[in-house]
Design a protein around this ligand. Structure first.
Ligand SMILES: *Cc1c(COP(=O)(O)O)cnc(C)c1O
Length: 400
């Protein structure tokens, strides 16, 4: 009876940042104090050191701290010359800013669908888009979208939930059509594809340090990585008003810097990142075994982990039957879950003028109806995971 009560009352949030903070509290406070004592808040030693550390972590020579993951995308696209009259190819099954940044630069997002079973850009759809809907201008050496007459300025694959898109295929297509690639690696810092690091494969890679990401700050933050010295210099200029020297502006840039305070906190956390991501991975593996043991595999499809990729499980996302009812049931059992994302971008009200029907990108549409993110954070206990699985089993038993 007591055991039953304990299980019934167990709380399993989707993410428990308090649990993480309690393990590093002293170090975080000391780091914050250090910055406060220095009274240096903008582009000082902490940001430079973090840039160097992230560059090393990802195996690239250049890393540039910016104000958010959204700004990392915005500035990367701007550095590639994306502007009015251009088009950028991406996926609709992603966080808003993947496409929002394209529109904010005056360009047009063009959506290609995700893979049949995975959640990332389908290289076959990308290839079909280029061969059916674009022409290559031999004089300008640019790829032009026939219907709109716009130049395709970039491809933005998204490493959704912490697993890399099929980058070899995507990069080969991009090269064939002479289009640069910006990786939206905002959910994938530390993930890998055939031994290469997320963010380090395309021309530019973007990270977010939003508090709920695997490496999260105490507010907004982001970073751009690249191996191209010219692009590194360009994004460095763009993040601080385009000034190569204070008050001497060579281009028109933004005010988008990573704060010293954020950098100091992120430097405390970075050494733990691998360990935290491993713990997430371990939880994901156990969920898979638990679902099988509980006989849930006909209603619940665990995320596919491809052998050539190392998944950091920013989110553990299942496809499941009766998703909305399951979510409500879990909530009543004290279990947090989330739908990432309930409305794919091609169906958003603000993008109605792009002219997409829901059925134009059927896999993204289906994913928005079937997916549910379950708690997978590193500190999740066996008992908590057990409560999630037992509750799911109870839900589906009740449906028979
Ligand atoms: C979080 C996220 C972003 C934006 O990052 P912010 O730091 O919140 O601006 C962009 N793309 C994806 C896929 C994300 O998950």
């Amino acid at each position: 009876m007591i055991r039953w009560l304990e299980v019934r009352l167990m709380n399993v949030p989707l993410l428990d940042l308090q649990a993480q903070y309690s393990t590093i509290k002293d170090k975080v406070r000391a780091a914050v104090d250090h910055v406060l004592e220095s009274q240096r808040f903008i582009l000082g030693a902490q940001v430079s050191a973090l840039e160097e550390e992230i560059g090393k972590f990802c195996g690239v020579p250049f890393a540039v701290g910016v104000a958010s993951g959204t700004d990392a995308l915005l500035i990367s696209l701007k550095a590639l010359g994306v502007g009015p009259g251009d088009a950028v190819v991406t996926v609709p099954f992603t966080f808003f800013s993947t496409a929002g940044t394209i529109v904010n630069l005056g360009a047009r997002p063009v959506f290609v669908d995700i893979e049949e079973t995975g959640f990332e850009m389908d290289p076959e759809r990308l290839s079909a888009f280029f061969s059916r809907e674009c022409t290559f201008n031999l004089t300008t050496r640019k790829t032009v979208h026939k219907a709109s007459g716009t130049v395709i300025k970039a491809i933005v694959p998204v490493h959704l939930y912490g697993q890399c898109a099929d980058m070899d295929e995507i990069l080969a297509i991009a090269q064939r059509h002479n289009v640069p690639v910006v990786e939206d690696a905002c959910q994938a810092i530390g993930a890998a594809y055939k031994g290469r690091n997320a963010g380090a494969m395309g021309d530019l890679g973007c990270f977010s340090f939003f508090p709920s990401k695997n490496l999260g700050g105490a507010g907004d933050g982001g970073m751009i990585i690249t191996s191209n010295p010219k692009l590194a210099e360009h994004v460095r200029l763009l993040r601080a008003h385009g000034a190569h020297q204070r008050y001497f502006h060579s281009i028109v840039g933004f005010n988008s810097r990573l704060d010293e305070l954020q950098a100091a906190i992120l430097r405390v956390k970075l050494p733990y990142l691998q360990e935290w991501s491993n713990a997430r991975h371990e939880n994901a593996v156990r969920y898979g075994m638990d679902f099988q043991a509980a006989g849930l595999l006909s209603q619940v499809k665990p995320p596919e982990v491809l052998p050539d990729r190392s998944h950091i499980f920013h989110q553990y996302v299942i496809r499941c039957e009766m998703r909305d009812d399951l979510q409500a049931f879990l909530k009543a059992q004290g279990i947090g879950s989330e739908i990432y994302y309930p409305v794919p971008l091609h169906e958003q009200e603000c993008f109605r003028s792009l002219g997409y029907a829901a059925t134009d990108l059927p896999r993204s549409h289906a994913a928005s109806k079937e997916t549910l993110a379950l708690p997978v954070y590193p500190e999740l206990s066996d008992a908590q995971r057990g409560h999630v699985v037992a509750s799911m089993a109870a839900f589906y038993r009740g449906q028979r």
